[in-house]
Design a protein around this ligand. Structure first.
Ligand SMILES: [Zn+2]
Ligand SMILES: [Zn+2]
Length: 242
């Protein structure tokens, strides 16, 4: 094992630049731009409340410090710039996301909705009809745990592989993780004219079904795979039916 700071730097540069480029591309689409504008309107009265704004600020700080500490202390040990066959990049990305989603499913279901941290998680569940900023309206300790679960999935994949994960695979998996966790809170009803719009509506709809109150399923955050396997899947709700 080596402390590969260059690979860690490549990870951060890839993650930041891809995030900027993809956001720019997505919001050039008029329907997605409209979706963002509607969420800004929905977020405004929430952000006008001191308590909401303060909670978002503390949550974001918790995320930032957790990421910073991980990037400096752990990340350089578990990523490398070593090239691999194309298929292995895909396997690494899917493995990181699938392992995280499994760990998150059970943490969310048994700890956040169990007795141990139900009260902490209840803060996030105050959003019965979430909009974009509700992705940040999370108790800082819950954010710390959620992030640790994701970040821990990198060394797990690395241990299975017997080698550090490729920095670009890790960056793309992280991009998918961060964007899906925001997207699933977006309040939207896109025209069902193409598969991409229907997918976005599905992603938001299944997580909105989880937010109806604290008794609903759909505990996983990236896919509904584990909910379907473990019998906690619930049909999506959306702007029309919620
Ligand atoms: Zn929940
Ligand atoms: Zn949520």
């Amino acid at each position: 094992m080596t402390y590969d700071w260059l690979a860690a730097l490549a990870f951060v540069a890839t993650l930041v630049s891809l995030t900027i480029v993809i956001k720019k591309l997505v919001f050039r689409n008029a329907d997605f731009a409209d979706m963002l504008a509607q969420n800004k309107v929905a977020d405004k009265p929430k952000m006008a409340k001191d308590s909401f704004r303060a909670a978002v600020k503390v949550n974001d700080k918790s995320g930032m410090y957790t990421n910073l500490a991980y990037f400096v202390i752990f990340l350089p040990w578990v990523v490398s710039l070593e090239a691999r066959p194309i298929w292995l990049y895909f396997v690494e990305i899917v493995a990181i996301l699938a392992i995280f989603d499994f760990m998150y499913y059970w943490t969310h279901r048994s700890i956040f909705h169990g007795n141990l941290m139900r009260r902490i998680h209840a803060l996030h569940h105050q959003a019965r009809k979430p909009s974009r900023m509700d992705a940040h309206y999370v108790h800082p300790f819950e954010t710390f745990i959620g992030l640790c679960l994701f970040l821990f999935s990198l060394p797990i994949v690395s241990a299975i592989e017997g080698a550090p994960v490729n920095a670009f695979s890790a960056a793309i998996a992280t991009l998918v993780f961060t964007q899906l966790n925001t997207l699933n809170h977006v309040w939207t009803k896109l025209p069902a004219t193409n598969p991409l719009y229907r997918t976005v509506d599905y992603i938001t709809g299944v997580h909105h079904a989880h937010h109806v109150d604290m008794t609903h399923g759909n505990y996983a955050t990236l896919t509904m795979f584990y909910d379907k396997i473990f019998g906690t899947f619930e049909d999506p709700v959306n702007r029309e039916t919620a």
